[in-house]
Design a protein around this ligand. Structure first.
Ligand code: BDR
Ligand code: CA
Length: 323
């Protein structure tokens, strides 16, 4: 039986890989993509989400456009990392088939959670504004969900926006604070996702004679040399896809539950995830964080999905050489 998953996303190159893998897996049923500001303004992340669906012929998956800014701080986007418009790659023209549904993402999250009561996994791989708004609309949201998995925070390592803060939490710290406090999330943080990459040799072996191969190549290589050097890694971190890999294989992550909180100050604590590993607060655990990942398993899951897409596209092209 496949597991219903709703992806709240800000595509984004690593979001694109996460979406691709989630759509390809027979053990997951993607019931929608909700979009949020983040890697680019929400009008662009929404177009990017639609473009990804168009690229792989999955316009049957509904898209709901969400928040255009954080709850309490000014909008901050990351085109300098993910490319102009928030994503790299080559996309077909958008069609009416991928047009967003007539509901705000936060409302759509609540609707889907009610429709799949107790069964839905919400995988949030962008700033948490939509999730926080959904929680404000429906305080029972955590109970309606099977699980909330979040790419966010840097639990036991340095941040990528400030020394303490990871981008998704830094972008909307108030939403992150609320969701971490009240939703019992499973956090997959930067300290673990930073090494979730596909090896350069494998990336270079991707065929580039069709748009899908070329786009996937761009998504897997979106860091420039300075960023690779900065983080001491060989190829770009595909942060968000680690969340999807963990959904389909529970051996991918090692996790631990802690009392946790998120800083919201405008200063150095903004978006900082604090895990009370020594139990000094005396508070009960309110969520889990990933401590370690099996990157080999991650890579196998991502590569296998990409390979299956490419095989399918190749087969379709040879059946219809004019298309
Ligand atoms: C997170 O921030 C975004 O830039 C990525 O898509 C990912 O979700 C990593 O810090
Ligand atoms: Ca993202």
């Amino acid at each position: 039986m496949s597991r219903p998953v709703l992806l709240d996303t800000d595509p984004g190159c690593d979001d694109a890989v996460a979406i691709l893998v989630a759509l390809e897996r027979a053990d997951l049923e993607v019931v929608g993509l909700t979009t949020v500001h983040g890697n680019a303004p929400v009008s662009e992340t929404t177009e990017n989400a639609r473009s990804i669906l168009e690229l792989v012929d999955r316009t049957d998956v509904p898209v709901a456009k969400g928040a255009d800014r954080p709850l309490n701080v000014p909008l901050r986007t990351s085109e300098h990392i993910h490319g102009e418009g928030g994503i790299r790659g080559e996309f077909p023209a958008l069609t009416a088939a991928s047009r967003p549904v007539d509901a705000h993402a936060a409302r759509y999250i609540v609707e889907r959670a009610r429709a799949h009561e107790g069964e839905l996994t919400l995988a949030a791989i962008g700033p948490l504004t939509n999730v926080a708004l959904a929680l404000a609309m429906e305080p029972e949201l955590p109970d309606l969900l099977d699980e909330l998995v979040v790419m966010g925070g840097a639990a036991f390592g340095p941040g990528n926006v400030t020394p303490l803060a990871e981008a998704n939490f830094h972008t909307d710290p108030h939403a992150a604070r609320r969701v971490v406090r009240d939703c019992s999330p499973a956090l997959v943080g930067l300290d673990v996702t930073a090494n979730a990459a596909v090896p350069p040799a494998e990336i270079e072996s991707l065929p580039r004679d069709d748009p899908l191969g070329r786009s996937v190549h761009e998504w897997l290589t979106y860091y420039d040399d300075a960023q690779l050097e900065q983080y001491g890694i060989e190829s770009a971190a595909i942060h968000d896809a680690l969340v999807i890999a963990a959904l389909v294989d529970d051996g991918v992550l090692e996790t631990e539950r802690y009392p946790m909180a998120v800083g919201t100050d405008s200063d150095i604590a903004r978006g900082a995830l604090v895990c009370d590993a020594n139990g000094v607060t005396g508070d009960p655990p309110n969520g889990s964080v990933a401590l370690e990942a099996d990157y080999e398993r991650f890579r196998e899951i991502v590569s296998a999905s990409i390979e299956r897409y490419l095989e399918r596209f190749e087969a379709e092209a040879s059946e219809d050489p004019v298309a």
